[in-house]
Design a protein around this ligand. Structure first.
Ligand SMILES: [Zn+2]
Length: 400
């Protein structure tokens, strides 16, 4: 069984070890070492990454009581190897994980709230609480946690014997029955945990709660700690600086400026809609004047590719509001074609929902509608002309 040295010394970044066994699992190499400081995934904390003799360690996991290092290249059994943990990543995870202990401890000690869920990854850090708490209280919690960070409280790793364990007040029950490892934030928290943690709260630097949301009757808290909090601050500061620049406004008036812009945008949209309606009415008039006439019936045919389909539909509606008009419209963009057949409801010889079926097949389309208005779409864009022509032929033959 390989010795799990990370349990007592989570600050070791590189070490030498002996390869005990290697097995090939679908091109990935499962390596056991006589001892390891690589942390295997568990207890909500992701596994370490790094290198063994310059070969990438892509995953580390526990199998029974063994630690398996997953490598993307083979390595010799019996060899003494140089191991290097991706320290930037590991330290980040230690900062987030320790921050979680401290936050959960304050919530339990001062507000009697239990942490019932914990997510830690390279991108996200969150806990779920069993009950809700106000935004105001959350701000108070954040202040308390940061005060404890600034106090620089020691954090110890302990493997207490049974008697000692009974005397400890634990924040939660252990998930294992022997070799129970307790992380002690002195005077604040005793929590059973197998993960890697900092040795003093001062190394957390800062804990910032970014968001709270209701979750399963309780509360979900998204937060960041340490260097991750600083990166987050930089990112947000850059966003503010860009917004200041784009809007030419000081930081404290950005929100008002955006609200004003949204209001103006609504006004412009209303004006644009009114103008669009007026324009379409003029276009409809022109189309009616240029229509093919059969007795008193006017047949209007057109294909659009620079017009939205909603405009095409609106145009058809305006034309068919008047008596004796028939519309055959095609519309397409780069990926799809649409066909629209419509008529004024005083024309009773035609059933548009039947007429459309044959031309729709030409554009590999499907659709439907009513006697007065039918439409459908397909993807044979190049056949749209033919589909419009065929619609015209069918309609003409039925009108004669
Ligand atoms: Zn922990």
């Amino acid at each position: 069984m390989s010795k799990k040295l990370y349990e007592n010394d989570p600050y070791k970044k590189s070490f030498k070890a002996k390869v005990i066994s290697v097995s090939n699992n679908n091109g990935k190499f499962y390596v056991k070492l006589d001892k390891t400081y690589f942390y295997p995934e568990g207890g909500g904390q992701p596994s370490d990454k790094g290198f063994i003799d310059d070969i990438k360690v892509i995953d580390v996991f526990k199998q029974d009581e063994e630690i398996i290092h997953v490598l993307d290249q083979n390595i010799s059994e019996g060899k003494t190897v140089k191991c290097k943990i991706n320290w930037k990543r590991r330290y980040d995870l230690m900062q987030q994980h320790t921050g979680q202990h401290l936050l959960s401890a304050v919530l339990k000690n001062d507000y009697d709230l239990n942490t019932v869920g914990f997510t830690l990854s390279e991108e996200s850090l969150r806990i779920d609480l069993d009950k809700k708490i106000s935004k105001q209280k959350i701000n108070e919690v954040e202040d308390k946690v940061n005060t404890l960070i600034q106090k620089g409280i020691d954090i110890e790793i302990d493997f207490p014997d049974e008697k000692e364990l009974k005397s400890l007040s634990l924040r939660k029950d252990p998930t294992v029955s022997e070799n129970i490892r307790i992380i002690k934030i002195k005077g604040i928290d005793n929590s059973p945990c197998g993960g890697t943690h900092l040795k003093n709260t001062s190394e957390l630097g800062l804990l910032k709660i970014n968001d709270i949301s209701n979750y399963k009757g309780g509360l979900r808290i998204d937060f960041v700690c340490g260097n991750r909090a600083l990166d987050d601050y930089n990112k947000k500061n850059n966003t503010i600086l860009k917004l200041k620049d784009i809007l030419s406004t000081p930081e404290d008036t950005i929100i008002n400026e955006v609200i004003n812009l949204m209001d103006r945008l609504d006004d412009y949209k209303n004006i644009a809609n009114e103008l669009n309606e007026k324009l379409l009415k003029y276009i409809a008039k022109d189309l009616i004047n240029e229509a093919t006439k059969i007795g008193n019936i006017k047949v209007i045919t057109n294909i659009y590719n620079n017009f939205s389909y909603s405009n095409v539909q609106y145009l058809s509606d305006i034309i068919c509001e008047n008596n004796n008009n028939i519309v055959i419209f095609g519309q397409h963009d780069n990926s799809s074609a649409r066909l629209l057949l419509a008529k004024s409801n005083n024309i009773d010889k035609l059933q548009m929902n039947e007429i459309i079926n044959e031309p729709l097949q030409l554009i590999n389309g499907s659709g439907g509608g009513t006697i007065d208005k039918a439409q459908g779409g397909g993807d044979y864009i190049n056949n749209l002309d033919t589909a419009v022509e065929r619609s015209f032929e069918i309609i003409m033959s039925k009108l004669k």
